[in-house]
Design a protein around this ligand. Structure first.
Ligand code: SF4
Length: 171
């Protein structure tokens, strides 16, 4: 696997929280992986339906973060993220995005929408290497979490169908 990255990009987060809410120009979707919904639900003791809604066609992302009526992420408190330590990959990468170009080739891009772009230190290769490794590791663990979820569903359906058969036999 290999990646390319933009040279000469400077960035420092100004904590404006623009990336955590819709703007007049942009409706934002914070997409979530299986491993992320499991982790957020467990750590915040929140039912999945309270903070995420199911989506299709964006695999491996299978949920989207819910927003408040005024378009803010439900976990945004003031200008701070209340799940910062376990925030989703998409939030950790912002204002960068990683595009899958196929054949194991990935390309980092950035958005100028973020007011932190152009400020702070230049992002060097070691920074991109670090976040790329995090991405690969998270995807590996996400595949494991997806398999566990599917197995749990299969066991649950087998149990339900066994119960149905037993109940029918009793009637
Ligand atoms: S929009 Fe940019 S500067 Fe503002 S909080 Fe998000 S990452 Fe930080």
């Amino acid at each position: 696997m290999s990646f390319e990255y933009p040279k000469h990009v400077r960035f420092s987060c100004e904590r404006c929280a623009l990336c955590c809410r819709d703007t007049t120009d942009r409706v934002r979707s914070i997409l979530l992986l299986t491993i992320e919904i499991d982790r957020i639900s467990k750590k915040t003791l929140t039912e999945l339906d309270e903070f995420a809604e199911k989506i299709e066609g964006f695999e491996p992302y299978i949920y989207r973060m819910r927003k408040t009526e005024n378009g803010k992420c439900v976990f945004l408190k003031g200008n701070s993220c209340s799940i910062y330590q376990i925030r989703p990959l998409i939030c950790r990468f912002y204002p960068l995005q990683l595009k899958n170009m196929g054949n194991g080739r990935y390309v980092f891009a950035h958005t100028d929408e973020c007011s932190g772009i152009g400020t702070g230190p230049q992002l060097k290769r070691d920074f991109f290497e670090k976040i790329f490794s995090e991405f690969i590791e998270l995807m590996r663990r996400n595949s494991q979490a997806e398999r566990q979820r599917k197995n749990a569903v299969t066991v649950e359906s087998a149990r339900a169908s066994r119960n149905t058969i037993t109940n029918s036999a009793r009637n």
